[in-house]
Design a binder for this molecule. Structure first.
Ligand code: AMP
Ligand code: ZN
Length: 476
């Protein structure tokens, strides 16, 4: 597979350290609130990537952290802890908040057909590892103590801003607008590894450490969890584009200082879901969650389809109009698959393996080229339009859906069942009108056919002509 590597800013062939295997780390959610659908765009695209890599035959091991401590509201190490904010908002303990929103996150993932990672690690379960790695960084001279906290000394690195598109001037934490400078830092880019003193004293979760009673910084958790679960050489690290700096930049600084060699080969970043007012967030505008979309009548798979229609390296504009367009196209796609499925089942034929492989090749080629999901969807439409027989088309749909995870066959089956049930319930007089209309059409008496269609409509049924034949459904 060719994949865009944010580190080198080039498309490169993805070559794992160990042939046939691939280690994958994805930054998990901060569980202080529900995930918004922007966060979930990132997890959907990571899910497609993981499933595609498995589809190509790789044995993927995927690890994800759950951030339940240390993620501050400001990148400058001076804000409130997001978890504490959540706990105060809901008058609950931090652990209650973490448990509730971790479950809510995985419920959302399930609705969106996002597979659970192989290993999921809450940050609070690995405090001993964080302390061990921070102590080693201190021994190696990469960390210093100041004002009760421990900081990473970025001046000790040959290169700190490793992601090419970050300019020091624009992004240095200490000079960003709205970011308060932390006086303890020797260099403005330094970042906290361990806090014993911060702006807020009521931090609920604290642990004993060589530096006093306190808690870890956010960045150290991903470095430690990844190195412990996936070893010293990580193949692929993923996250949203905003994680590139400072989070991933700091992960690289710590991990490579600790290991003494290059750590991760490929960095995959998903661009943002935006609204009219910019990047989607939990505090600005309507708080868009999966449950909200469901309450408005959308199937979560329609949101997944909406995401797959765009490339992960482009920002995606969310509006209900855009979502409606995707949802409409998805419904049509399902109706088409349902019709093909019905014919395939009736024919009792088996898929033509040679033809199936041909269809698979164009699907595979789309994803092999930097995960081009919209082209992969085009390959799906092309397969349905192709000269393959229906059994082969259905085999292709089932195969592609191993990666797309839109529940295509299952949903098409349900449509067919619903149609069958509706047909069986059709009152005799409507069935008779349908029969008469078919006769009128055969005799090219279209005026009579139209009249009968209207009569059927006043009886509560809608008749539709599709390429697969006439369909009758009850008016909703
Ligand atoms: P958080 O729960 O804030 O740690 O974020 C979880 C993931 O969502 C991270 O990988 C973020 O980079 C990503 N993310 C945050 N906002 C957006 C957005 N508007 N669009 C896409 N991904 C986002
Ligand atoms: Zn992370």
């Amino acid at each position: 597979m060719m994949i865009y590597n944010s580190l080198t800013r080039k498309k490169e062939e993805l070559i794992p350290h160990e042939a046939g295997k691939l280690s994958m780390y994805t930054c998990g959610p901060t569980v202080y609130h529900y995930a918004h659908i922007g966060n979930l765009r990132t997890y959907i695209m990571e899910d497609v990537l993981e499933k595609y890599l498995r589809y190509t035959g790789l044995d993927v091991k995927r690890v994800m952290n759950i951030t339940d401590v240390g993620h501050l509201t400001s990148d400058g190490d001076t804000g409130d802890d997001k978890m504490l904010k959540g706990a105060k908002r809901e008058h609950k303990s931090v652990m209650e908040i973490a448990e509730f929103y971790t479950r809510a996150f995985f419920d959302d993932c399930e609705k969106l057909n996002i597979k659970k990672p192989d290993v999921i690690v809450p940050a609070t379960s690995r405090i001993d590892d964080f302390i061990r790695v921070i102590s080693a960084l201190e021994e190696k001279g990469y960390a210093y103590r100041a004002g009760g906290n421990v900081y990473f000394d970025t001046s000790k690195l040959k290169e700190y801003y490793v992601f090419g598109d970050i300019s020091e001037e624009d992004l240095a934490v200490g000079v960003r607008e709205g970011v308060e400078e932390d006086e303890n830092k020797r260099n403005k880019a330094d970042f906290a590894l361990w806090f014993t003193k911060s702006k807020f004293d009521d931090q609920e979760l604290k642990w004993d450490s060589p530096w006093g009673y306190g808690y870890p910084g956010w960045h150290i958790e991903c470095s430690c969890i990844s190195m412990k679960e996936l070893g010293e050489y990580l193949d692929l690290h993923c996250g949203g584009i905003d994680n590139q700096f400072p989070h991933h930049t700091n992960e690289i600084a710590q991990s490579e200082a600790y290991l003494g060699h290059k750590w991760c080969s490929y960095w995959f970043h998903v661009h943002h879901l935006n609204t009219d007012s910019g990047k989607m967030s939990k505090s600005k505008g309507e708080f868009l969650t999966v449950s909200l979309l469901e309450s408005k009548g959308y199937d979560p798979a329609e949101y997944r389809f909406f995401c797959l229609l765009s490339h992960y390296r482009k920002s995606l504009a969310f509006s209900y109009e855009n979502l409606d367009n995707a949802a409409g196209a998805f419904k049509k796609l399902l109706a088409k698959i349902a019709a093909v499925l019905k014919n395939a089942e009736q024919s009792g034929k088996k898929a033509d393996e040679e033809k199936l492989n041909e269809l698979k090749r164009s699907f595979d080629a789309a994803l092999a080229n930097d995960l081009n999901t919209s082209l992969a969807i085009t390959a799906l439409y092309d397969a349905l339009k192709s000269d393959a027989d229906d059994a082969t088309k259905i085999a292709a749909v089932g195969d592609f859906d191993r990666v797309l995870s839109l529940g295509l066959i299952e949903k098409a089956k349900k449509l067919n069942e619903a149609e069958k049930n509706a047909e069986e319930d059709i009152p005799a007089e409507i069935a008779e009108l349908v029969r008469l209309r078919a006769e009128a059409r055969k005799a090219k008496n279209f005026a009579e056919a139209d009249r009968l269609r209207d009569e059927i409509a006043s009886g509560g049924y809608i008749i539709e002509e599709t390429r697969q034949g006439t369909r009758l459904r009850r008016k909703s």
